[in-house]
Design a protein around this ligand. Structure first.
Ligand SMILES: C[S@@+](CC[C@H](N)C(=O)[O-])C[C@H]1O[C@@H](n2cnc3c(N)ncnc32)[C@H](O)[C@@H]1O
Length: 290
């Protein structure tokens, strides 16, 4: 059953796109945090209810900075916790296949670090997909062997075959950032083999819980932690340093599980990798069966 999206909208919500789609949210206040979306600003201006275009556009703007942040290992929580967690989860599933060749889709691959890591495994054939043309160029530069496709999630929803496959394993590493994930996951369901797996690593909902409360809603990532040493402050209202802020959608654990189920996958197990720096969960890992 489709989720009732209206329940998390403000009482005085205006019709969708009542404001220009690129309207800047007011008062973005960067807070503590070392990784994407660990430093939540307040929710964006919710009178504008479609943040998807701005979410996607932020990755075009941030492509160079993001590539540098990942490759120069500037994101502490990734280095100490979450990179290792997603690689271990993927390798476990690949090894369970007992030397059969494994086709992997790294959805929202960014500059491609995970695709490169997995393509180094024997008999692992990796495809990376991302909506940012510049990130796809960066990924191809370091890995001429794997396939990298410049595709938006909206295009996959419209025509799942464009994502290729069928895949044995689909991985979304901090790459499901929008509100409408059920249609995307449903499309991906058509791109996996019968016994295929979907692995999602995302912010742990209890660690990323907004100050406004534990409820599904749009949030704003300022990337302030990445811009330390760059231009201080928030002069344009939507930028920290040279980063363009990004709207992203917070969902509770129950919503994650419900949406995955609605898309035709089932959560088989979950893990909460502990960040040794904080002693708290660095992420939520959901291992799902098709
Ligand atoms: C936080 S980055 C993670 C990148 C990569 N998975 C990693 O672990 O470094 C999120 C990625 O999702 C991609 N993305 C987000 N929304 C997208 C959309 N609607 N269509 C295509 N790509 C999208 C962005 O371009 C970005 O590269």
């Amino acid at each position: 059953m489709p989720r009732d999206k209206s329940k998390n909208k403000p009482q005085n919500a205006k019709p969708q796109n009542a404001k220009p789609p690129n309207a800047k949210p007011p008062n973005v206040k960067p807070q503590n945090g070392a990784t994407m979306a660990r430093q939540n600003g307040p929710a964006p201006d919710r009178n504008n209810s479609d943040f998807s275009p701005r979410l996607k556009a932020s990755w075009d703007d941030n492509a160079q900075l993001w590539t540098a942040a990942v490759r120069e290992k500037k994101i502490a929580s990734r280095v100490s916790c979450t990179d290792q967690a997603i690689v271990a989860a993927a390798l476990t599933l690949i090894k369970e296949r007992a030397q059969q060749s494994t086709s992997v889709l790294d959805l929202g691959c960014g500059e491609g670090w995970l695709a490169r890591r997995l393509s180094a495994e024997p008999d692992c054939v990796v495809t990376g997909i991302d909506g940012s043309a510049d990130l796809i160029v960066s990924a191809r530069q370091l890995d001429p062997v794997s396939s990298y496709l410049h595709l938006g999630y909206d295009e996959i929803i419209r025509a799942p075959a464009r994502a290729g496959g069928p895949y044995d394993l689909v991985i979304c590493n901090f790459a499901l950032l929008g509100e409408e994930i059920t249609p995307l996951l449903s499309a991906l369901r058509q791109c996996v083999v019968a016994q295929g797996k979907l692995v999602i690593q995302t912010l742990h909902p209890w660690q990323a819980c907004p100050e406004s409360g534990y409820a599904d809603d749009w949030q704003e990532e300022s990337f302030a932690a990445f811009s330390a040493g760059n231009r201080a402050g928030n002069q344009a209202g939507n930028q920290a340093g040279n980063w363009t802020s990004m709207p992203w959608y917070f969902r509770t654990l129950a919503t994650w599980i419900r949406e995955i189920g609605q898309a035709g996958f089932a959560v088989a197990s979950c893990a909460e990798p502990i960040n040794p720096q904080s002693g708290k969960p660095g992420s939520l890992l959901l291992i799902c069966g098709a």
